[in-house]
Design a binder for this molecule. Sequence first.
Ligand code: CU
Length: 119
Amino acid sequence: MNVTRLRPFAFLALLAVPALVNALPPETKKIEVVAHKYAFEPSRIEVRVGEPVEITFRSTDTKHGFVSKDLGLEKVVFSKDQSATVKFTPSKAGTFRFKCAKFCGMGHGKMKGEIVVTP
Ligand SMILES: [Cu+2]
């Protein structure tokens, strides 16, 4: 077939590109949180409604945990040599608290943070 005869229709291929991009699920936001006695870093995590989130927790000292009742996220425990990953997709905007879910010493109660979900 003659290529020059097809060229007028090349724009159709360009029209298809944005349609494909829109059909893809949103990219996962990957966040690393480091825990130590007695804080999470960062302690404030910002995400968006509908954006899949993957948070990997690591510890630099003892065993710590993560739980967010506000977001309905189950407790996970992690240590220096064993990280833990929490995946979720926020469905509503707001500020949701989380805290350490593993007793780690006298300052355990101070180990808190928040996940801010913007529309
Ligand atoms: Cu802790």
